[in-house]
Design a binder for this molecule. Structure first.
Ligand code: CMC
Length: 443
């Protein structure tokens, strides 16, 4: 069957009509389009198999919306990111991570009483079951913290099975609060395990990020002096990382969750997907890359290797599947990097200077210009984490803490949708056709 789509250019706008024509039989059928609240309409191809006997082929979901969602909107060409309609720039300036978490979950900004109740609930769920804490002892001291976090998050399923009936609204809400509340404690325990230091219990008198710093950096034998700037910087980074529509880890959470599995195991799948260097692992990879480059005088050599492509070297922290102009989060983070490093007296660190120079050179280079490759959210985030004293292996864990807010919001949206189906992609089979088994002696 030959199939032809008309018109062929550009994403459909509301009112555009598309038809699928079988050029062999001449049969033409109009394809339905669906219109979102903002952005281009999408072709609804859900009926293609039933009506035409064909699948579509789209590796990497280059042209495929895997779901409808009302949580986050991105316009990659214009560099726009909205959480529930609110521009990321406004949220970064005026909101807090917990307020943003509420917004992502509920769809509206909370009033004062709602925010206080949400904050109280998150604060009350920060502790980990003591038996869960013992699981960390099974890990070698040099285990990557993302491996520990993925395991411990999945293990929550073994502790809360009596309150995770996904068809029960209240249970779903308890799950989302538990995840947002416990993920910093889980992360901090992984860090302390690697250091060989005692776990530090959460403090309910501190706010979300201050408590996290306390669990990371306190020790029982002396008091830890919290720098309010550190907590504020973390809160801003968390707002920027909280959600990003159907990115790989969120799609993983949705795909796993669509089976009806225990939601903690779906979150663990998200943590694992985030770990890859093409996704959340990029913040760690950027700092590795900068250290390997070592000096501004080596930038041109490094970029030559990137452009040569034969060694598979990429400029980490550059490029994005959706942003083809600029990543609005990167703009905010660069500014914040200047502020934080300035306040900490680290503006002139060789690593920061190298990053600035590398960005400047790459942005003028035709290789990056022609491919629309710009700094993404992770080009500078690792540098800030480093300045705050957070070790490199923990960078992606920090991303996971923030993205938990998005994961639980997407999971809840999906489970609450009465039309939800198990996610079951199809394939273009390229293996052997049917053949008969040959006994081993005759092969
Ligand atoms: N350095 C060098 N070349 C690149 C880069 C890069 N960072 N990114 C893309 N390209 C080239 C790629 O080689 C290809 O070239 P050509 O057209 O000649 O074959 C072209 O640009 C398109 O690349 P792609 O891999 O098809 O694009 P994609 O949309 O599949 O990948 C990406 C997006 C983010 C995985 C990729 O840009 C990348 O690997 N970036 C580096 C890793 C990184 O910073 N990831 C963090 C993303 S933002 C945070 C998050 O979402 O978690």
């Amino acid at each position: 069957m030959n199939a032809q789509l008309k018109p062929e250019s550009m994403a459909p706008m509301s009112g555009d009509k598309y038809q699928l024509t079988n050029l062999t039989t001449g049969k033409a059928t109009e394809l339905p389009t669906r219109t979102g609240s903002v952005g281009p309409a999408v072709l609804d191809i859900g009926g293609l198999l039933k009506d035409h006997g064909v699948f579509t082929y789209d590796p990497g979901f280059m042209s495929t919306a895997s779901t409808a969602s009302a949580i986050t909107y991105i316009d990659g060409d214009a560099g726009v990111l909205l959480y529930r309609g609110y521009p990321i720039e406004q949220l970064a300036k005026h909101s807090t991570f917990l307020e943003v978490s509420y917004l992502l979950q509920k769809g509206e900004l909370p009033d004062a009483a709602e925010l206080a109740a949400f904050t109280r609930s998150i604060t009350r769920h920060t502790m980990l079951n003591e038996w869960l804490l013992r699981l960390y002892r099974g890990f070698h001291h040099n285990a990557h913290p993302m491996a520990m976090v993925a395991t411990i998050v999945a293990s929550l399923a073994a502790f809360y099975h009596d309150t995770t009936n996904i068809t029960n609204d209240r249970h779903r809400e308890i799950f989302t609060h538990r995840m947002i509340a416990k993920i910093p404690t889980i992360a901090a325990a992984a860090y302390k395990h690697a250091l060989g230091q005692p776990f530090i219990y959460p403090r309910n008198d501190l706010d979300y990020c201050a408590n996290m710093l306390h669990m990371f950096f306190s020790v029982p034998c002396e008091s830890y002096e919290m720098d309010a700037l550190h907590a504020k910087a973390l809160d801003l980074l968390f707002i920027l990382h909280a959600d990003h529509e159907q990115n790989a880890s969120t799609s993983t959470v949705r795909l796993a969750g669509s089976t009806g599995c225990n939601p903690y195991t779906a979150m663990s799948a998200g943590v694992s997907a985030l770990w890859g260097p093409a996704h959340g692992g990029a913040n760690e990879a950027v700092v590795d890359m900068l250290e390997k480059i070592g000096d501004v005088s080596h930038v041109q050599d490094f970029l030559a290797r990137v452009k040569d492509k034969s060694g598979g070297v990429r400029l980490m922290g550059f490029g994005h599947r959706v942003y083809k102009n600029f990543d609005p989060r990167a703009t905010i983070i660069r500014e914040m990097c200047h502020k934080v490093l300035g306040k900490l007296g680290q503006s002139n660190t060789p690593l920061f200077e190298l990053a600035l120079r590398l960005e400047e050179i790459a942005l003028k280079d035709d290789y990056f210009i022609s491919r629309k490759l710009y700094p993404n959210v992770d080009f500078y985030s690792g540098i800030i984490y480093r300045a705050l004293g957070i070790p490199r292996e923990m960078f992606t864990v920090m991303f996971a803490i923030a993205r938990t807010a998005g994961w639980v919001a997407h999971w809840s949206e999906m489970i609450g949708d009465p039309t939800m189906k198990i996610a079951r992609p199809r394939q273009l089979y390229t293996g052997a056709a049917r053949r008969d088994y040959v006994p081993v002696a005759k092969r």
